[in-house]
Design a protein around this ligand. Structure first.
Ligand code: ZN
Length: 278
């Protein structure tokens, strides 16, 4: 089995210090947390930023500051994956600008529109998806195809057919978000069964099925995403004191299963990332 790529998503759009005092929300806190998670074994950092009041944001200056702080740690070769969805009421250009100007190796690609948590619409219009895919292609940024429901996976097959997405495709199954597909073993296996040939995938679930999906993806050859974007609890009623604790837990599970952890360099090969000088 391929080595296991650990993505850490330390912040996300929603949890604030009221939910958990341990969530990093300033550029300095996020950069420090990413560095510690890289030391622990994470090879990809999925980055969100916040406004000063911790509200979700696509503020370019916050991305720039955060990315610069991470890159200033010269020994840290973690792969940067910038979100294109730092909130729900977004302007296309604001979603695209951070990856175009900061040139991370990856950026997220939410592959369809959904009724988000029965409250509002998470909008990813067909024309926006084409624009996003084209901008990622033009900038050598690998899309991480976030799949909240089966229809979104079929959207990516359509965009691949039309030439907007180039194989090998990389997926992130985001399970258990109300309005999307539920986090069950059966749904996970179904999504895996409709992946295009040659695709790589990672998965996570929010809520109580988090550990089940974590185990499933490790044993079926997928990769994992952990972090406070998706879960702030390490166990029932126990807040994680750092995102590092989630990374350490993955390492313990993977070790028992005898699956090695990929370094960032190995992850670049597995995901076929385009190197800057190629
Ligand atoms: Zn995200």
């Amino acid at each position: 089995m391929e080595k296991l790529i650990i993505t850490v998503a330390p912040t996300g759009a929603w949890p604030t210090k009221k939910d958990t005092p341990y969530v990093p929300t300033t550029p300095q806190e996020i950069a420090d947390e990413v560095y510690k998670c890289w030391k622990a074994g994470a090879s990809i950092a999925h980055i969100h930023v916040r406004e000063d009041d911790e509200s979700p944001s696509m503020n370019f200056e916050k991305f720039k500051e955060t990315v610069t702080l991470i890159r200033d740690r010269r020994d840290c070769d973690i792969i940067l994956n910038l979100t294109t969805s730092g909130g729900l009421t977004l302007i296309d250009e604001e979603r695209i600008r951070p990856f175009v100007e900061l040139k991370p190796e990856m950026a997220s690609f939410d592959a369809g529109t959904m009724n988000w948590q029965h409250r509002t619409v998470f909008e990813n219009r067909p024309d926006f998806l084409e624009k996003l895919a084209q901008a990622q292609k033009d900038n050598n940024v690998k899309p991480e195809l976030e799949i909240f429901d089966a229809g979104m996976l079929y959207n990516t097959l359509y965009l691949k057919e039309k030439g907007f997405l180039e194989p090998p495709l990389h997926y992130q199954f985001c399970l258990g978000v109300p309005g999307g597909i539920a986090a069950t073993v059966e749904n996970f296996m179904y999504l895996k069964s409709i992946l295009p040939e040659g695709a790589t995938f990672s998965a996570f679930a929010i809520g109580k099925m988090h550990l089940t999906i974590l185990f499933m993806t490790i044993i079926t050859g997928g990769h994992v995403r952990v972090g406070m974007e998706d879960n702030v609890y390490l166990a029932k009623g126990v807040l994680a004191k750092s995102n590092v604790e989630f990374v350490e837990r993955v390492k313990r599970i993977a070790k028992e299963f005898q699956r090695e952890i990929a370094t960032p360099a190995e992850a670049r090969k597995i995901l076929v990332l385009k190197m800057e000088d190629s």
